[in-house]
Design a protein around this ligand. Structure first.
Ligand SMILES: NC(=O)c1ccc[n+]([C@@H]2O[C@H](COP(=O)([O-])OP(=O)(O)OC[C@H]3O[C@@H](n4cnc5c(N)ncnc54)[C@H](OP(=O)(O)O)[C@@H]3O)[C@@H](O)[C@H]2O)c1
Length: 373
């Protein structure tokens, strides 16, 4: 049996792996294609990267007669440099099957903007700029004002470098169909070890690459192509690297739920001291941890007390902690729910109870970036 496995199965597995790696490597952004393929597959959908767009089910079509509805009651904002405001509730555009099919992305954006949402979180890595742009254009055609919409995108470390940033951010704006982007973030401090970037190819280290990229983002901000520049997944040492160079850091987008380990609060405190606003990604626990978060006993007890769902409580908690939140969804009912979080307020006692959940972080996935170069 073991001999059979070694002689027949192992070579087949190696061959399959080589074919997959070769296929991924044929793309400009293999990691993006990996996510766009394996996230739908993991949920039982045929990935658009292999089977084409427009075939997946998920987000329903938006009725032709639908026009913009009012914006969320008691909507709240974070204040960014330059006098700009970022709605504290947004929508995330990755990491679920509906984020990778262009038709469903178009519908998601159109639903969201017509339902009153105004903050969209994208990234080059999500491979859906063009479909997001189509959704925005259609919402504007139906009466939503461009100046009310807040669009974030992110430059992945594989594009880091001065020239590369100048060139790629212009491409992102064209893909999104926008003449300016509200916020561009550096997606992570550095490339994965097996990846490279134009900057790394020139022999520069991770700190130099971050600084060059930041210099380019600062110039793009001065030129008006982007209104603000920020970072994502940055720990204190990466934030310190940018001190005194170019634009103020407008925002740090990090994973933030009630289950983060204590050391994350070091980054949160640094950002607060330096007027860097924060955005919580995967605020409902993301693809790995959402089920565990939704089942948490304490969160369920608090949700019952307010006659709300755990998702409401998690989003409200993060916004009361001062974060913007960008829950990902392709479901219009979930969009409505997420947009209604300012209709109630958690008491100080309940906030404190949830703050203490972090000590139970065991079992929740957390990517620790403190030691990344
Ligand atoms: N900067 C980074 O490195 C980084 C990393 C990860 C994510 N992000 C950003 O953060 C966004 C959000 O993170 P995420 O998508 O990983 O995780 P998440 O927002 O915590 O969870 C998304 C999941 O929650 C479900 N959901 C949304 N609203 C719901 C509601 N009201 N009730 C029940 N279920 C609900 C969605 O399913 P349905 O579609 O069925 O509603 C989806 O499967 C991403 O889309 C992306 O924009 C950034």
């Amino acid at each position: 049996m073991f001999k059979f496995f070694l002689a027949r199965i192992v070579p087949l597995l190696v061959l399959a792996m080589a074919i997959i790696l070769g296929w991924l490597a044929s793309y400009e952004s293999p990691l993006a294609v990996f996510f766009a393929t394996f996230i739908p597959l993991s949920k039982g959908h045929l990935p658009p990267t292999l089977f084409g767009h427009g075939k997946m089910k998920g987000t329903p079509p938006v009725p032709d007669e639908m026009i913009p509805q009012s914006r969320p009651e008691n909507e709240k904002f974070l204040h960014l440099p330059g006098g700009y405001s970022m709605p504290q509730i947004g929508i995330g555009m990755c990491c679920r099957p509906t984020a990778y099919d262009d038709e469903l992305v178009y519908r998601t954006i159109l639903w969201y903007l017509l339902l009153g949402g105004r903050h969209i979180d994208g990234a080059h890595l999500y491979m859906n700029h063009v479909a997001i742009g189509r959704g925005i254009a259609e919402a504007i055609r139906r009466g939503v004002k461009r100046e009310e919409i807040f669009v974030t995108t992110k430059i992945f470390p594989s594009h880091f470098g001065y020239e590369s940033t100048m060139k790629n951010v212009e491409v992102y704006a064209k893909e999104l169909g926008l003449d300016y982007i509200d916020l561009v973030l550096m997606h992570a401090p550095t490339t994965f070890p097996f990846m490279t970037s134009p900057c790394k190819k020139e022999g520069k280290d991770a700190t130099q690459c971050r600084r060059e990229t930041w210099k380019a983002l600062s110039e793009l901000r001065a030129s008006g192509l982007i209104r603000n520049a920020g970072v994502s997944n940055f720990a204190m040492k990466h934030l310190k690297d940018l001190e005194g160079i170019g634009a103020p850091i407008a925002n740090n987008q990090i994973q933030f739920t009630p289950f983060e380990p204590e050391h994350v609060m070091e980054t949160v405190a640094y950002c607060a001291e330096h007027n860097i606003t924060m955005t919580a990604y995967s605020p409902l626990g993301g693809i790995m941890d959402q089920d565990k978060a939704m089942a948490d006993e304490v969160l369920n007890q608090i949700a019952a007390k307010y006659d709300k769902r755990v998702s409401h409580v998690m989003l409200r908690w993060a916004t009361q902690r001062g974060f913007a939140v960008i829950p990902g969804t392709g479901n219009p009912d979930h969009m409505r729910e997420n947009l209604s979080i300012f209709g109630f307020e958690l008491s100080d006692d309940d906030m404190q109870t949830i703050n203490e959940l972090k000590y139970r972080a065991k079992g929740f996935v957390h990517i620790d970036v403190r030691n990344s170069e």
